[in-house]
Structures are given as structure tokens and as C-alpha cells.
Design a binder for this molecule. Structure first.
Ligand code: GTP
Ligand code: MG
Length: 230
């Protein structure tokens, strides 16, 4: 039987009496506890990473070109988990953070063309052990600032010695052009400390439109030369 992380008993940690003498990013919890909390996310990331590597290698082997350009996994740091918890007013207990922060494990898949994004998402989510929890399609409906990507929250089973835990992983799929824009927007935005002048915001949104046009253009060229991708 697959249990959720909430039911897994790992939540036992969060019910410990907080020890005020222990300080750190998680306040009452020690580093050993934090590492144990993060462990299943690391395993979840390894599982999904393997699935993506298998897809990439097999698709490359099929000889119609690999739709996956590159993949970057990341585990949220304790500091970034607690910062998000505070932002969303989530109590700093492992149980609450586990239930409400679904992007502790994250993996970004950068593809060549827009249709590749949907192909890879479909190949991943139709696997019987991958449970799709949420889809946010910011390609069909870009964010007001111009941000585009396909975001999935999936749950993937991790087989521990005595139980199976369904671990949530945030999967971000985007094209190289979307990734280029998002990476630079992130840098520009953070340098301005969230206080971006309106003119710059408009220009960033226009740049996102340019990136989307470039995607269309490259896809058209690819289509003209190679025909439609199956
Ligand atoms: P977070 O609390 O930031 O995780 O946001 P959320 O839970 O509302 O989820 P959402 O799907 O909107 O965004 C999740 C992640 O997508 C972020 O952590 C970023 O990595 C990325 N992202 C979302 N919006 C933007 C954006 O406007 N610019 C950039 N560069 N990245 C973004
Ligand atoms: Mg996030």
C-alpha cells in the first residue's frame, strides 16, 4: 500500500516536544531531524530524475531527436523552506510544511520546442506510478509578467525499508527560450528587491513575448525541415 508522507510516521518527528536549546533554520528541530525530513524528497528527486534520464536516452536512441535539452533537479534548502512557510503562514512543524509546501523537491526540464514540453509531460504523467496532483499551464496562460512554463506537482512512490512513501515533486517544463527569459527575469527582479519600476516590468513582459515568437519561429523552421514530430 502506498501511504502519503503525512501518514508515513515520519511526521512523528514533528510531534516531538520542541527543545528551545536547539536553534537552526527550523528552530526547535536539530539538523539530524531536518536531514531525515529532507531525505524522502531527495529520494523522490532521484526517482523522477531516473525516469527523465530514461526518457531522454530512449528518445535520443529512437533517432528522431531528443526533445529534452537539459534537466536540473533542486532540493529546497531549509532556509528557503522556512522562508516560504513564513510567507504562506504555515506553522514551522514538519507535518505542516510537508502538507503545505509541495515544491521541496523540484526538477526543471528544458525542452527544444513547445510541443516537446507537452510530449514529455504526457510521457511522464502516464506512467502508472506517477500520480499527477496539480497542473498549472503558464504556457497556455502566461503570468501577467510574461512568465511561461508548464508546472506539474506529481507524487512518486519511494520505497523505504518498511514502507512506501508518496513524495511530491514539482516538475517545471519549459523551452530554452522560456528558460532564458525566466533565468534573466529572476536576476533582474531580485536585484531590484521586488520593487521593479513599471516601465521595466512592461519591457520584461515584452521580452517574454519576443521569446514566445522566437519559439514559434524555430518550431516552424523545424517543422519545415523535418516535418511534424510524432
Ligand atoms: P512559489 O511559492 O514561488 O513556489 O509559487 P507557487 O506555489 O504559487 O507556484 P508557481 O507555480 O506560481 O511557481 C512555482 C515556481 O515557478 C517558482 O518557485 C519559480 O521557480 C517559478 N516561477 C513562477 N513564477 C515565476 C516568475 O514570474 N519568474 C520566474 N523567473 N520564475 C517563476
Ligand atoms: Mg517554488
Amino acid at each position: 500500500m502506498i501511504v502519503t508522507t503525512e501518514q508515513s510516521g515520519l511526521g512523528e518527528l514533528a510531534r516531538r516536544t520542541p527543545d528551545d536549546n536547539v536553534t537552526g533554520p527550523f528552530g526547535a528541530y536539530g539538523f539530524a531531524d531536518v536531514n531525515k525530513f529532507l531525505m524522502v524528497y531527495k529520494f523522490g528527486l532521484a526517482e523522477i530524475g531516473t525516469k527523465i534520464n530514461i526518457l531522454a536516452e530512449e528518445l535520443a536512441h529512437r533517432g528522431r531527436g531528443n526533445p529534452i535539452e537539459h534537466v536540473s533537479p533542486r532540493l529546497k534548502t531549509p532556509a528557503s523552506i522556512t522562508a516560504k512557510a513564513r510567507r504562506i503562514e504555515c506553522p514551522l512543524t514538519f507535518d505542516d510544511m510537508r502538507a503545505r509546501i509541495r515544491d521541496i523537491a523540484g526538477i526543471r526540464i528544458v525542452c527544444g520546442f513547445v510541443p516537446d514540453v507537452y510530449t514529455v509531460a504526457r510521457m511522464l504523467t502516464r506512467q502508472p506510478d506517477v500520480h499527477l496532483v496539480v497542473t498549472k499551464d503558464y504556457i497556455a496562460q502566461p503570468k501577467p509578467n510574461g512568465y511561461r512554463s508548464l508546472h506539474l506537482i506529481v507524487e512518486i512512490p519511494v520505497f523505504l525499508s518498511d514502507q512506501v512513501v508518496a513524495v511530491p515533486v514539482e516538475v517545471q517544463l519549459r523551452t530554452v527560450a522560456m528558460d532564458f527569459w525566466a533565468s534573466l527575469e529572476h536576476k533582474i527582479y531580485y536585484k531590484h528587491d521586488a520593487d521593479v519600476p513599471a516601465a521595466l516590468r512592461a519591457e520584461l513582459a515584452a521580452a517574454a513575448e519576443d521569446a514566445a515568437r522566437l519559439d514559434e519561429r524555430m518550431q516552424r523552421l523545424h517543422h519545415e525541415i523535418h516535418g511534424p514530430r510524432q
